[in-house]
Design a protein around this ligand. Structure first.
Ligand code: HDE
Length: 692
């Protein structure tokens, strides 16, 4: 900091502090009074009681006492970044929204990813849905696309949401489990709610244990409308597609990451952006006429249904790049307030009963969370692409100073030569699509919402064999934590309607008798498999955006370390050197190599592939170190490629590593290890895990 100097201040018992002498650099109270001493409270003598008049102390402590605001009731744990959206293909035929018609225009945005069930301080890798909320600061007001990484939802009507969330969160009496769906109350609710079955298929798939927030898909979930200049509507679903592909962890790995690095996803996102490795997503749309929607065998207003891409292909129209980390976590990531009601003219809602409830909930929750009707004035929430002005006034924390006499509309003050203030814009202003609506006032669900199983079946049967095995095993894990037999039976009764084979696998995994199918409100039907619902094989295998760990020891061959590092970096990976001690190792020939991580604190779960470049003596030492054995055994168990030098054989043996295509001798260079490093070794899985 300029104009500061380091000094030892009298009375500070040898402490060294930076001090300042200019108004630009000095510490002040919240009201600008310069502070002379930030270490010692004003007291009656050096050993006497504190004085109430110490406004410096009182202000500092009082502000601290009030630092927290209520965390989000759902999606409390989140990580975010700034970025831009650039349109590549105009949708001018379908909408007037400028953000979807002005090709090449860059629109600033802020994206927050989140888990749903856990509190703000919970870990990053529980099995959970991920929130994917994007606030785009368009020239026609903010557009908040507040979605998830799964294209469907648990329930069909917003009135059930508080119950769903109460059921999944910590149980009411005991206050646990935190950030986990594997408990009685969640599965009790799910068993009683057959409409949740499709979402359960997704939730039990590897989609809910993502490798990185940079590698998740995003979905607007609901059907929205685009409205063009002629006032015609087209139905639309929004999809974000990660350019790095979708990749997940193994369940056992996710559990271990939670201990190794509770901030795994937050750190991964922050570090990637910090390194200039900006994550990107394509924005794609599925467009449907009302007639096309009416001809589908399900209702597009039902959020427990998706529209298979094979029926209505995705059309990529633009790209989001996250290119700047928040400057301040609280001011931005915590205070950002997403509102599904934020949509620019040319985009409109549908009558989806889940969306309709959300249109109320978010504004309401922000009032309790941020405490004032003026939360839209916080820098992160302010419309940036255009002015915002109206006759709303006052309220807590009013940060603007509105000018002029007119605080009402209509007014005729401009006729008197004064500024009458902003006016409505009948042409450019937001207009709702003129959807004809009539009906009787009822509380009843549409018949077209009655089929709860066909798409659950579609999802399950569209998965590859390893994905099906993971899904079945996740159900076994979760239901094994359920203590009430009748709860498990009801869930199995629902699974029977999805696929008898799946239900039997889960029952076998639990070692219980499979109950009869629950009665279905509507007979499920078969749909053509949709490979787009998979993650395995959907995106190209790549090391781009992935992390590689090289475990080294004293006496290791530096040339091999360099070769592996260079090959992995060329393939787009981030490489970290892991050593028994953080000071690093002395390589063969005497050269020093610094470590990026110490072995016990940098287990292989934080990498996508590993290499072991050891000396014989170094390896002998490591065969006595549990962290080294786990490093190798877990890499093998989590289906990762392991490159090794011949000297590392004893450690491989100790970790029970069996040779396969993913265990590669580095004697001939790193090339043979690169290809398996870019993927999981699915063939290995039956050797290391008993799957359902
Ligand atoms: Fe939310 N949801 N939600 N939700 N939701 C909130 O708003 C709600 C739903 C989603 O990073 C809350 O600001 C209701 C679906 C995300 O800040 C709250 C219903 C989808 C985020 C709320 C739903 C979402 C939230 C809590 C049933 C995917 C985090 C804090 C109709 C399409 C946004 C807040 C962020 C947050 C209500 C269902 C996504 C209470 C009533 C479906 C990504 O308003």
């Amino acid at each position: 900091m300029p104009n500061t100097k380091i000094s030892t201040t009298p009375g500070n018992a040898g402490e060294t502090h930076q001090t300042a002498s200019t108004p630009e650099t000095r510490l002040t109270t919240n009201h600008g009074v310069p502070v002379s001493d930030n270490q010692n409270t004003l007291s009656a003598g050096p050993r006497g009681p504190h004085l109430l008049e110490d406004f410096v102390l009182r202000e500092k402590i009082q502000h601290f006492d009030h630092e927290r605001i209520p965390e989000r009731i759902v999606h409390a744990r989140g990580s975010a970044a700034h970025g831009v959206f650039e349109l590549t293909e105009s949708l001018a035929d379908y909408t007037t929204a400028k953000i979807l018609t002005e090709v090449g225009k860059q629109t600033e945005l802020f994206t927050r990813f989140s888990t749903v069930a856990g509190g703000a301080g919970s870990v990053d890798t529980p099995r959970d849905v991920r929130g994917f909320a994007v606030k785009m600061y368009t020239t026609e007001g903010n557009w908040d696309l507040v979605g998830n990484n799964i294209p469907v939802f648990f329930i069909q009507d917003a009135i059930k949401f508080p119950d769903l969330i109460h059921a999944v969160k910590m149980e009411a009496d005991r206050g646990y489990p935190q950030a986990a769906s594997a408990h009685d109350t969640f599965w009790d609710f799910i068993g009683l709610m057959p409409e949740s079955t499709h979402m359960i298929m997704w939730a039990m798939s590897d989609r809910t244990i993502p490798r990185s927030l940079r590698m998740i898909e995003g979905f607007g979930v609901h059907t929205f409308r685009l409205v063009n200049a002629a006032g015609e509507a087209t139905l639309v679903k929004f999809h974000w597609r990660p350019r790095l592909g979708t990749q997940s962890t193994c369940w056992d790995e996710a559990v271990k990451i939670a201990g190794a690095d509770p901030d795994f996803h937050r750190r991964d996102l922050f570090e990637a952006i910090d390194a200039g490795d900006f994550p990107e997503w394509d924005l794609a749309v599925q467009l449907l006429t009302q007639e096309q929607a009416d001809s589908l065998p399900f209702d597009v207003l039902d959020s427990t249904k998706l529209i298979p891409e094979e029926l209505h292909p995705l059309r990529v129209i633009g790209k989001m790049t996250l290119n700047r980390n928040p400057d301040n976590f609280f001011a931005e990531t915590e205070q950002v307030a997403f509102l599904p009601t934020n949509i620019p003219p040319g985009i409109d809602f549908s009558e989806d009963p889940l969306l309709q409830g959300r249109l109320f909930s978010y504004q309401d929750t922000q009032l309790s969370r941020l405490g004032t009707v003026n939360f839209h004035q916080l820098p992160i929430n302010q419309a940036r692409g255009c002015p915002f002005q109206n006759m709303q006034r006052d309220g807590q924390m009013q940060m603007q100073v509105p000018k002029g006499r007119a605080n009402y509309e209509p007014n005729s003050l401009s006729q008197a030569g004064e500024d009458g203030g902003p006016r409505e814009d009948p042409k450019g202003g937001f207009r709702s699509f003129e959807q004809p609506v009539e009906g009787t006032k009822v509380r009843i669900r549409a018949e077209t919402f009655a089929d709860h199983y066909s798409q659950a079946r579609l999802f399950f049967l569209s998965q590859t064999e390893p994905e099906q095995a993971h899904l079945a095993s996740a159900l076994v894990f979760e239901l094994s934590k359920v203590t009430m037999d009748h709860v498990r039976d009801r869930v199995l009764g629902n699974l029977q309607n999805v696929d008898a084979g799946l239900a039997q696998r889960v029952a076998d995994g639990l070692n219980i008798k499979l109950p009869a199918a629950n009665p279905a409100a509507s007979e499920p039907y078969d749909m053509d498999a949709s490979p787009a619902l998979r993650t395995v094989g959907k995106y190209p295998d790549t090391l781009k955006g992935r992390a590689v760990g090289i475990l080294v020891s004293d006496g290791a061959d530096g040339a091999i370390v360099d070769a592996v590092k260079a090959a992995a970096e060329d393939a787009g990976a981030t490489v970290k050197i892991v050593a028994p001690k953080i000071g690093g190792v002395t390589l063969k020939g005497g050269k020093k190599l610094k470590a990026d991580g110490q072995l016990a604190g940098t287990p292989s779960v934080v990498f996508d592939a590993v290499a072991l470049v050891l000396s014989e003596a170094g390896c002998a030492e490591l065969t006595k170190e549990g962290a080294a054995i786990d490093f190798v055994a877990h890499a093998f168990g989590h289906l990762k490629a392991i490159g090794y030098t011949a000297e590392a054989q004893a450690l491989l043996d100790k970790a029970n590593v069996e040779p396969d295509d993913g265990v590669v001798d580095l004697a001939n260079g790193a090339d043979g290890w690169l290809a398996p490093a870019a993927m999981r070794q699915w063939d290995r899985e039956p050797k290391v895990r008993m799957l359902a």
